[in-house]
Ligand binder design. Structure first.
Ligand code: ARG
Length: 263
Protein backbone atom coordinates (compact mmCIF):
# COMPACT_ATOMS: atom_id res chain seq x y z
CA UNK A 1 0.00 0.00 0.00
CA UNK A 2 1.24 3.46 -0.69
CA UNK A 3 0.69 4.79 2.77
CA UNK A 4 3.20 6.35 5.15
CA UNK A 5 6.45 6.91 3.34
CA UNK A 6 8.00 10.25 4.03
CA UNK A 7 8.23 10.97 7.68
CA UNK A 8 9.82 14.10 9.06
CA UNK A 9 11.89 14.78 5.99
CA UNK A 10 12.17 18.38 4.86
CA UNK A 11 12.98 19.57 1.37
CA UNK A 12 16.41 20.65 2.62
CA UNK A 13 17.32 17.19 3.91
CA UNK A 14 15.97 15.64 0.72
CA UNK A 15 18.44 17.72 -1.27
CA UNK A 16 21.21 16.79 1.14
CA UNK A 17 20.32 13.11 0.80
CA UNK A 18 20.32 13.32 -2.97
CA UNK A 19 23.70 15.02 -2.90
CA UNK A 20 25.10 12.40 -0.56
CA UNK A 21 23.74 9.63 -2.77
CA UNK A 22 25.34 11.21 -5.84
CA UNK A 23 28.65 11.45 -4.01
CA UNK A 24 28.42 7.82 -2.94
CA UNK A 25 27.79 6.77 -6.53
CA UNK A 26 30.81 8.70 -7.74
CA UNK A 27 32.95 7.22 -5.01
CA UNK A 28 31.95 3.63 -5.71
CA UNK A 29 30.61 2.95 -9.19
CA UNK A 30 29.78 -0.66 -8.40
CA UNK A 31 27.29 0.54 -5.79
CA UNK A 32 25.07 1.80 -8.58
CA UNK A 33 24.03 -1.68 -9.74
CA UNK A 34 20.37 -2.00 -10.66
CA UNK A 35 18.11 -2.14 -7.62
CA UNK A 36 16.73 -5.58 -6.89
CA UNK A 37 13.67 -6.95 -4.97
CA UNK A 38 11.83 -5.60 -2.42
CA UNK A 39 15.02 -3.47 -2.49
CA UNK A 40 18.17 -5.62 -2.71
CA UNK A 41 17.38 -9.33 -2.71
CA UNK A 42 16.51 -12.23 -4.95
CA UNK A 43 13.51 -13.69 -6.72
CA UNK A 44 11.64 -16.53 -5.07
CA UNK A 45 8.31 -18.38 -5.40
CA UNK A 46 5.16 -19.12 -3.48
CA UNK A 47 6.24 -22.76 -3.68
CA UNK A 48 9.17 -21.84 -1.44
CA UNK A 49 6.93 -19.60 0.72
CA UNK A 50 3.44 -21.12 0.38
CA UNK A 51 1.95 -18.93 3.13
CA UNK A 52 2.80 -15.76 1.18
CA UNK A 53 -0.47 -14.21 0.01
CA UNK A 54 -1.23 -11.38 -2.39
CA UNK A 55 -3.84 -8.97 -1.09
CA UNK A 56 -5.57 -7.58 -4.16
CA UNK A 57 -8.51 -5.50 -5.24
CA UNK A 58 -11.56 -7.13 -6.82
CA UNK A 59 -9.72 -7.17 -10.17
CA UNK A 60 -6.83 -9.10 -8.60
CA UNK A 61 -4.41 -6.16 -8.70
CA UNK A 62 -2.03 -6.68 -5.79
CA UNK A 63 -1.57 -3.79 -3.34
CA UNK A 64 -0.29 -5.48 -0.14
CA UNK A 65 1.07 -8.76 1.17
CA UNK A 66 -0.33 -11.06 3.82
CA UNK A 67 0.59 -14.24 5.66
CA UNK A 68 -1.61 -17.35 5.81
CA UNK A 69 -1.69 -18.51 9.44
CA UNK A 70 -4.61 -20.94 9.16
CA UNK A 71 -6.48 -22.19 6.06
CA UNK A 72 -8.96 -19.30 6.35
CA UNK A 73 -7.00 -16.59 8.21
CA UNK A 74 -4.50 -14.09 6.86
CA UNK A 75 -2.43 -11.64 8.91
CA UNK A 76 -1.72 -8.30 7.24
CA UNK A 77 -1.25 -4.64 8.14
CA UNK A 78 -4.12 -2.48 9.39
CA UNK A 79 -3.00 0.34 7.08
CA UNK A 80 -3.55 -1.98 4.11
CA UNK A 81 -7.19 -2.47 5.04
CA UNK A 82 -8.26 1.08 5.82
CA UNK A 83 -11.10 1.99 3.47
CA UNK A 84 -11.48 -1.58 2.23
CA UNK A 85 -14.62 -3.68 2.50
CA UNK A 86 -15.25 -7.40 2.26
CA UNK A 87 -16.35 -6.85 -1.34
CA UNK A 88 -13.37 -4.69 -2.37
CA UNK A 89 -10.58 -7.16 -1.57
CA UNK A 90 -9.41 -10.63 -2.55
CA UNK A 91 -6.64 -12.85 -1.23
CA UNK A 92 -4.60 -14.80 -3.76
CA UNK A 93 -2.44 -17.75 -2.75
CA UNK A 94 -0.04 -19.86 -4.78
CA UNK A 95 0.67 -17.12 -7.32
CA UNK A 96 4.36 -16.20 -7.67
CA UNK A 97 3.81 -13.62 -10.42
CA UNK A 98 1.63 -10.52 -10.25
CA UNK A 99 0.51 -11.14 -13.82
CA UNK A 100 -0.26 -14.81 -13.15
CA UNK A 101 -3.73 -16.28 -13.19
CA UNK A 102 -2.94 -19.48 -11.27
CA UNK A 103 -3.30 -20.25 -7.60
CA UNK A 104 -6.33 -19.86 -5.36
CA UNK A 105 -8.43 -16.69 -5.20
CA UNK A 106 -10.60 -16.18 -2.15
CA UNK A 107 -13.12 -13.61 -1.19
CA UNK A 108 -12.95 -12.15 2.29
CA UNK A 109 -15.88 -12.65 4.64
CA UNK A 110 -14.57 -10.54 7.50
CA UNK A 111 -11.93 -7.83 8.00
CA UNK A 112 -10.69 -7.29 11.55
CA UNK A 113 -8.62 -4.14 11.94
CA UNK A 114 -6.97 -3.62 15.31
CA UNK A 115 -9.47 -1.21 16.89
CA UNK A 116 -6.63 0.89 18.32
CA UNK A 117 -5.12 1.53 14.88
CA UNK A 118 -4.93 5.15 13.72
CA UNK A 119 -1.76 5.51 11.62
CA UNK A 120 1.21 3.24 11.01
CA UNK A 121 3.54 5.64 12.82
CA UNK A 122 1.36 5.32 15.93
CA UNK A 123 1.64 1.51 16.00
CA UNK A 124 -1.17 -1.06 16.25
CA UNK A 125 -0.65 -1.88 12.55
CA UNK A 126 -2.22 -5.34 12.36
CA UNK A 127 -5.30 -6.78 10.71
CA UNK A 128 -6.69 -10.29 10.25
CA UNK A 129 -8.76 -11.35 7.25
CA UNK A 130 -11.18 -14.27 7.28
CA UNK A 131 -11.36 -16.05 3.94
CA UNK A 132 -14.51 -17.42 2.31
CA UNK A 133 -12.48 -20.18 0.64
CA UNK A 134 -9.84 -22.27 2.41
CA UNK A 135 -6.33 -21.97 1.05
CA UNK A 136 -4.71 -25.36 0.30
CA UNK A 137 -1.26 -24.13 1.32
CA UNK A 138 1.07 -24.67 4.23
CA UNK A 139 0.45 -22.04 6.89
CA UNK A 140 3.06 -20.05 8.81
CA UNK A 141 3.54 -20.23 12.54
CA UNK A 142 3.58 -16.90 14.31
CA UNK A 143 5.31 -15.80 17.50
CA UNK A 144 3.64 -16.16 20.87
CA UNK A 145 3.37 -13.17 23.18
CA UNK A 146 6.22 -14.46 25.35
CA UNK A 147 8.78 -14.84 22.55
CA UNK A 148 10.04 -11.29 22.87
CA UNK A 149 13.69 -12.37 22.70
CA UNK A 150 13.38 -13.16 18.98
CA UNK A 151 14.04 -9.47 18.29
CA UNK A 152 17.59 -9.46 19.62
CA UNK A 153 19.61 -6.92 17.64
CA UNK A 154 21.55 -8.50 14.80
CA UNK A 155 19.21 -11.46 14.38
CA UNK A 156 18.68 -12.27 10.72
CA UNK A 157 15.12 -11.79 9.48
CA UNK A 158 13.57 -12.59 6.12
CA UNK A 159 11.33 -10.16 4.24
CA UNK A 160 9.10 -11.01 1.27
CA UNK A 161 6.98 -9.14 -1.22
CA UNK A 162 6.05 -7.86 -4.66
CA UNK A 163 6.73 -4.25 -3.77
CA UNK A 164 8.81 -1.69 -5.55
CA UNK A 165 12.46 -2.54 -6.08
CA UNK A 166 13.63 1.02 -5.46
CA UNK A 167 12.26 3.98 -3.56
CA UNK A 168 10.34 5.44 -6.48
CA UNK A 169 10.47 2.36 -8.68
CA UNK A 170 7.87 -0.09 -9.88
CA UNK A 171 6.63 -3.32 -8.39
CA UNK A 172 8.28 -6.66 -9.03
CA UNK A 173 6.28 -9.06 -11.18
CA UNK A 174 7.91 -11.97 -9.34
CA UNK A 175 7.87 -12.44 -5.58
CA UNK A 176 11.15 -11.34 -4.01
CA UNK A 177 12.90 -11.96 -0.73
CA UNK A 178 15.88 -10.66 1.20
CA UNK A 179 17.37 -10.97 4.66
CA UNK A 180 17.96 -8.01 6.96
CA UNK A 181 19.31 -7.79 10.52
CA UNK A 182 17.05 -6.73 13.39
CA UNK A 183 18.02 -3.26 14.59
CA UNK A 184 18.14 -2.39 18.30
CA UNK A 185 15.28 -0.34 19.69
CA UNK A 186 17.68 2.41 20.77
CA UNK A 187 19.11 2.67 17.28
CA UNK A 188 15.64 2.74 15.74
CA UNK A 189 14.68 5.48 18.19
CA UNK A 190 17.69 7.46 16.98
CA UNK A 191 16.43 7.09 13.41
CA UNK A 192 12.79 7.84 13.93
CA UNK A 193 12.38 9.62 17.27
CA UNK A 194 8.88 9.51 18.72
CA UNK A 195 7.44 7.89 15.59
CA UNK A 196 9.14 4.70 16.78
CA UNK A 197 6.74 3.10 19.27
CA UNK A 198 8.90 0.46 20.90
CA UNK A 199 6.03 -1.65 22.25
CA UNK A 200 4.42 -1.96 18.83
CA UNK A 201 7.28 -1.83 16.32
CA UNK A 202 10.60 -3.46 15.52
CA UNK A 203 13.14 -2.21 12.98
CA UNK A 204 15.25 -4.20 10.53
CA UNK A 205 17.85 -3.23 7.98
CA UNK A 206 21.54 -2.46 7.48
CA UNK A 207 22.87 0.83 8.80
CA UNK A 208 24.19 1.49 5.31
CA UNK A 209 20.75 0.77 3.80
CA UNK A 210 20.49 -0.99 0.45
CA UNK A 211 18.12 -3.79 1.47
CA UNK A 212 14.56 -3.10 2.61
CA UNK A 213 10.89 -3.56 2.04
CA UNK A 214 9.25 -0.80 0.00
CA UNK A 215 5.86 0.36 -1.25
CA UNK A 216 3.60 -2.61 -1.96
CA UNK A 217 5.39 -4.91 0.48
CA UNK A 218 3.24 -3.72 3.37
CA UNK A 219 1.26 -6.33 5.21
CA UNK A 220 3.74 -9.02 4.25
CA UNK A 221 5.84 -11.08 6.63
CA UNK A 222 9.04 -10.52 8.51
CA UNK A 223 10.13 -14.04 9.42
CA UNK A 224 12.62 -14.89 12.16
CA UNK A 225 13.72 -18.50 12.15
CA UNK A 226 10.93 -19.14 9.67
CA UNK A 227 8.27 -17.91 12.10
CA UNK A 228 6.11 -14.84 11.46
CA UNK A 229 7.44 -12.19 13.85
CA UNK A 230 6.66 -8.91 12.09
CA UNK A 231 4.43 -7.24 9.51
CA UNK A 232 5.82 -4.77 6.96
CA UNK A 233 4.54 -1.40 8.13
CA UNK A 234 6.47 1.79 7.25
CA UNK A 235 9.81 3.52 6.82
CA UNK A 236 11.49 6.69 5.70
CA UNK A 237 11.79 6.15 1.97
CA UNK A 238 13.19 2.70 1.22
CA UNK A 239 16.63 1.23 1.87
CA UNK A 240 18.06 4.60 2.87
CA UNK A 241 21.16 4.60 5.06
CA UNK A 242 20.19 5.30 8.66
CA UNK A 243 16.49 4.55 8.09
CA UNK A 244 15.65 0.87 8.61
CA UNK A 245 12.28 -0.62 7.73
CA UNK A 246 9.70 -0.62 10.52
CA UNK A 247 7.65 -3.75 11.19
CA UNK A 248 4.76 -4.48 13.51
CA UNK A 249 6.15 -6.16 16.64
CA UNK A 250 3.94 -9.20 16.47
CA UNK A 251 4.62 -10.54 19.99
CA UNK A 252 2.63 -7.55 21.26
CA UNK A 253 -0.38 -8.49 19.15
CA UNK A 254 -0.05 -12.28 19.17
CA UNK A 255 -2.91 -12.86 21.62
CA UNK A 256 -5.18 -10.48 19.70
CA UNK A 257 -4.34 -12.31 16.47
CA UNK A 258 -5.03 -15.68 18.08
CA UNK A 259 -8.44 -14.47 19.26
CA UNK A 260 -9.23 -13.62 15.63
CA UNK A 261 -7.78 -16.85 14.26
CA UNK A 262 -10.01 -18.80 16.64
CA UNK A 263 -13.13 -16.76 16.02
N1 ARG B 1 4.05 1.58 3.77
C1 ARG B 1 4.59 0.73 2.75
C2 ARG B 1 3.51 -0.06 2.11
O1 ARG B 1 2.38 0.28 2.38
C3 ARG B 1 5.69 -0.13 3.27
C4 ARG B 1 6.88 0.67 3.43
C5 ARG B 1 8.01 -0.05 3.99
N2 ARG B 1 9.08 0.88 3.95
C6 ARG B 1 10.31 0.60 4.30
N3 ARG B 1 11.21 1.50 4.13
N4 ARG B 1 10.63 -0.57 4.80
O2 ARG B 1 3.75 -0.89 1.25
Amino acid sequence: MFGPRRVRKTAATLVATAAAAATALLASPTASAAPQPIVGGTTTTTTAYPFMMQITDASQNQFCGGTLVSPTKVVTAAHCMVGETTSSVRVVGGRTYLNGTNGTVSRVSRIWINPDYTDATNGDDVAVLTLSTSMPYTTAKYVTSSQTSVYAAGTSARILGWGTTSENGSSSNQLRTATVPIVSDSSCRTSYGSDFVQSDMVCAGYSSGGVDTCQGDSGGPLLIGGVLAGITSWGEGCAEAGYPGVYTRLTTFSNLVTAQVNS
